[in-house]
Design a protein around this ligand. Structure first.
Ligand SMILES: NC(=O)c1ccc[n+]([C@@H]2O[C@H](COP(=O)([O-])OP(=O)(O)OC[C@H]3O[C@@H](n4cnc5c(N)ncnc54)[C@H](OP(=O)(O)O)[C@@H]3O)[C@@H](O)[C@H]2O)c1
Length: 309
C-alpha cells in the first residue's frame, strides 16, 4: 500500500489485522517523509492521501465497523510531527478517579482491550515514558508484545537515581532505555544504569525540567512520546502545557481511595475549567476519552461517538 512498507493485498485479513497494517504503514510513511508544507497526493498506491487540514483521507472509506473504528482512533496519531515532540499521555482510572489502590496496586484498572490499546500506542511511538513510582511499583516492560510493531525507547524519570538496577527496563534488553535524572547525579563512571543510558537534566522548581527533557528527546530523534503514567507524571506534563493529547480510560470500577489520576491547578470558576475537544471510544467495558488538548470543545462541534474496539 505505501512504498517501502510491507502492506500486501491478498486473501482478506481479519479487520483488526488489516486496519493495524494500514495504520503502521501510514505512521511509518509520516515518520520518513516531509509532508508538512504541501499535500502529499500519492504516498503509495493512491488509496491514501495526506491533507494537512484533514489528515489521512482514504479514497475508499472502510466499510467494516472494526476497521473504521481503529482507523478513526489511530490515524490522527499517524500525522507528521512538526518541530519538537508530539506528546500523548494515557491514564486508566476508576469511576471515582483513581489509578491504583493506596498501596499502589494497579493490576488491572482497565480491561484487556485497553491494555491492547496501550501496546498499540507504544508501537506508534518513538518513546514511552513513565515516572519513578510507576517504575518501582509495576516494574513494567513497556514493550509491544501484544501487537505487531517495534518496541519504543523506554524513558524512565528518576530525578534522584533511587531506582534499583534490577528493574526489567534496565536488564531485559528488549529495547533501549534512557534513565533521566538530575544532572548532579551523572558523572564519569555513573553514566549507565544496568543496560540503560543515563541522561542528566537541569532541575526547575525542584523537579526535572520537562521542557529540557523534551528538547533532549527530540535531539535524539525521539519525537512521538507516549507518557504512560503515573498520575503525578501525567499531571506534571499537563500542567506544564506540554501535552498535545490526553487519553483517559474510565473503567466501571470504584476504588474508594487510592493513588489519584490527574492533579492539576484548579480554577476558581467552573467556567474557567478546560473543556478540550473530545472523542469517545468504547474498549470492552471501559470508555476511552481521547482529548485533543490543542483544541477547545467550543471551537469544534462536540460530537462524541461511541465506538466499539
Ligand atoms: N492505571 C494507570 O493507568 C496507571 C499507569 C501507570 C502507573 N499506575 C500506578 O500509579 C502509581 C504511580 O503513580 P504516581 O502518580 O504515584 O507516580 P509516578 O507518576 O509514576 O511517579 C512520580 C514520581 O516521578 C518523579 N518525577 C521526576 N520528575 C518529575 C516531574 N518533572 N514531575 C513530576 N514527577 C516527577 C517524582 O519523583 P521525585 O520526587 O524523585 O522527583 C515523582 O514522585 C503506581 O501505583 C502505578 O501502579 C497506574
Amino acid at each position: 500500500m505505501v512504498r517501502g512498507d510491507t502492506v500486501e493485498y491478498g486473501a482478506p485479513l481479519p479487520a483488526e489485522t488489516r486496519a493495524w497494517r494500514v495504520i503502521r504503514a501510514l505512521a511509518g510513511y509520516a515518520r520518513r517523509t516531509a509532508m508538512d508544507s504541501r499535500p502529499c497526493e500519492d504516498p503509495g498506491d493512491g488509496h491514501w492521501t495526506w491533507r494537512p487540514d484533514q489528515g489521512w483521507v482514504a479514497a475508499r472509506p472502510a466499510t467494516d465497523p472494526v476497521e473504521r473504528d481503529l482507523l478513526d482512533l489511530y490515524l490522527p496519531l499517524c500525522a507528521p510531527v512538526g518541530d519538537g515532540c508530539r506528546m500523548t499521555a494515557h491514564l486508566g482510572q476508576s469511576l471515582d478517579g483513581y489509578i491504583a489502590t493506596a498501596n499502589g496496586d494497579s493490576c488491572f484498572v482497565t480491561g484487556p482491550d485497553n491494555i491492547r490499546h496501550l501496546h498499540r500506542m507504544r508501537a506508534l511511538s518513538d518513546g514511552v515514558l513513565v515516572g519513578t513510582e510507576t517504575a518501582v511499583r509495576d516494574d513494567p516492560r513497556l514493550t509491544t508484545r501484544l501487537v505487531p510493531g517495534a518496541n519504543p525507547v523506554r524513558v524512565i524519570l528518576d530525578r534522584q537515581r533511587r531506582l534499583g538496577s534490577h528493574l526489567r527496563v534496565f536488564t531485559d534488553g528488549a529495547a533501549a532505555t534512557l534513565l533521566c535524572c538530575d544532572r548532579a547525579h551523572v558523572s564519569a563512571g555513573r553514566d549507565r544504569q544496568g543496560q540503560a543510558r543515563v541522561i542528566g537534566l537541569p532541575i526547575r522548581d525542584g523537579r526535572l525540567d520537562l521542557t529540557a527533557l523534551l528538547e533532549t528527546l527530540a535531539d535524539l530523534g525521539l519525537r512521538r512520546i507516549f507518557v504512560e503514567g503515573g498520575g503525578a507524571t501525567v499531571s506534571a506534563f499537563l500542567t506544564a502545557g506540554l501535552l498535545d493529547r490526553l487519553q483517559l480510560a474510565v473503567a466501571p470500577l470504584l476504588i474508594g481511595t487510592g493513588r489519584p489520576g490527574l492533579r492539576i491547578p484548579a480554577p476558581e470558576r467552573l467556567a474557567d475549567a478546560r473543556r478540550p475537544a473530545v472523542r469517545l471510544f468504547r474498549m470492552g467495558a471501559d470508555l476511552l476519552y481521547d482529548l485533543d488538548l490543542r483544541r477547545e470543545s467550543a471551537a469544534v462541534p462536540l460530537t462524541p461517538v461511541t465506538r466499539v474496539l
